[in-house]
Design a protein. Structure first.
Length: 442
């Protein structure tokens, strides 16, 4: 195994304000426009969970076949993020965002007009690829517009778009599907995409790809994947996402069949989870920049505890409802820190860092429900799904501890190198840029 060395210096483009301006400075309007666009993307990604039955009836397929439309989107996200990030590496980012959001919107139109299941399936794959690319490039743009010590706040705005999608977009999509047919939900997302597209065109600053020595080179950026800290950050993110979605994917039957609640409670509890997610995102984004590892420790440990308590008390309706809200808080409290951590360890390749984070979240979103399904098929019941999530979260916590150890080792190595070079009579030109900010240590 490669010995730990100093992490790559964080990438801070020339248009980012200086570090001393971070504080409680306002987020650029462009970051909020990106968050609005993510709201449209997230609504499309998750709204089919409330539309499976009308889609199945209309297209004459089974519920499991309709459910594959959700899996297709997740897999498209996993594949599309790194592929599109690499393919667009040398293109102007604003132009790339415009093109990807336009393709995504057209994918929603194609879904709304789909005459067959096959066409709808293909539209979901295309939409997922565009969504993945937008996430990857958009995350890179968001962190480029703020100082290094405000990255988590910027990512919190983008993740907040996803949280609001769970609170408002997904229930609204289900309502439209029930009242006006499932195709109306796709038309609504297409309209949201158009609004986001106008915002990107008018607010996100235009940039030209760097030239000369700063010109992006795919082979050079791919070197981030030789760093074990990048792979560990990916694993922790995937495990955390898998822990949450192992339970969330089966929350509805757990509420009705285990807790004994009526089906009318399901949208309410899902909405409470979304409210918790928004609260967690806002709070986590504000504290993660100062205590990155501390935020990861606290959030993942809290998720482990909540999932274990839910497994033990799932038969009590009040406990099931209250813990569902808390799970939304703890899971999304960690999300900005996980995003910022990936940009720290892969800072010299910001687009691939965003792509890797997107892929790792969606790996978790795919593997978690799959493991939960295996547990249910084995006849262990829905509370066992919560135990599965708790185990995945515990593994994520272990990975966080290992990442913190490697981080401290790299920082100590850099400090010793500085001391030796200073004693030798001069500083190495690049030595002073390899430390992570001290306030991001646990």
């Amino acid at each position: 195994m490669r010995r730990p060395g100093p992490v790559l210096p964080p990438y801070v483009p020339s248009d980012a304000p200086p570090d001393h301006a971070a504080g409680r400075a306002r987020m650029p309007a462009a970051v909020y426009v990106l968050g609005l666009s993510v709201f449209a993307l997230g609504t499309s990604e998750f709204m089919l969970a409330g539309l499976l039955q009308p889609v199945a009836r209309d297209l004459d397929v089974t519920i499991p076949q309709a459910g594959l439309l959700i899996s297709a989107f997740a897999i498209g996200m996993v594949v599309g993020a790194p592929v599109l990030a690499a393919a667009t590496l040398r293109l102007p980012r604003r132009t790339t965002l415009i093109a990807l959001l336009a393709v995504f919107g057209l994918g929603q139109v194609a879904g709304a007009l789909a005459p067959t299941y096959g066409v709808l399936f293909a539209s979901r794959v295309v939409s997922a690829l565009a969504c993945a690319g937008f996430w990857a490039v958009g995350a890179a743009v968001a962190v480029s517009l703020v100082p290094v010590n405000a990255r988590a706040r910027a990512m919190a705005v983008m993740v907040g778009g996803l949280s609001v999608a769970n609170i408002a977009g997904v229930p609204a999509g289900a309502f439209l599907g029930q009242e006006f047919g499932w195709r109306s939900a796709f038309w609504a997302v297409a309209a949201l995409s158009a609004v986001g597209l106008v915002g990107v065109v008018t607010v996100v600053p235009g940039t030209q790809p760097p030239t000369g020595a700063d010109r992006p080179v795919l082979r050079r950026e791919l070197r981030i994947y030789t760093d074990r800290q990048v792979w560990l950050a990916l694993a922790v993110t995937a495990l955390n996402g898998g822990a949450v979605f192992a339970l969330f994917s089966y929350l509805s039957p757990l509420l009705t069949e285990t807790a004994g609640l009526g089906e009318r409670w399901v949208p309410t509890v899902l909405g409470l989870f979304g409210v918790g997610a928004l609260i967690g995102t806002v709070v986590g984004g504000r504290v993660a920049d100062g205590r990155l590892f501390g935020t990861m420790y606290l959030g993942i440990a809290a998720s482990t505890t909540v999932l274990a308590l839910l497994a033990l008390t799932a038969h009590h309706p009040a406990a099931a409802v209250g813990l569902s809200l808390l799970l939304g808080v703890t899971a999304f409290f960690t999300a900005p820190a996980l995003n910022a951590r990936m940009f720290d360890v892969a800072g010299a390749a910001p687009t691939l860092a965003g792509a890797t984070t997107t892929a790792s979240f969606n790996i978790g979103n795919t593997v978690g429900p799959w493991l939960g399904g295996l547990v249910i098929s084995a006849g262990w019941g829905y509370p066992a799904v919560a135990w599965t999530g708790a185990l995945l979260a515990a593994l994520a916590l272990t990975g966080t501890a290992l990442a913190a150890h490697w981080h401290r080792t790299a920082a100590a190595t850099t400090t010793r190198t500085r001391i030796v070079e200073t004693a030798a009579g001069g500083d190495h030109p690049g030595a002073a840029t390899t430390d992570q900010p001290a306030d991001r240590l646990p």
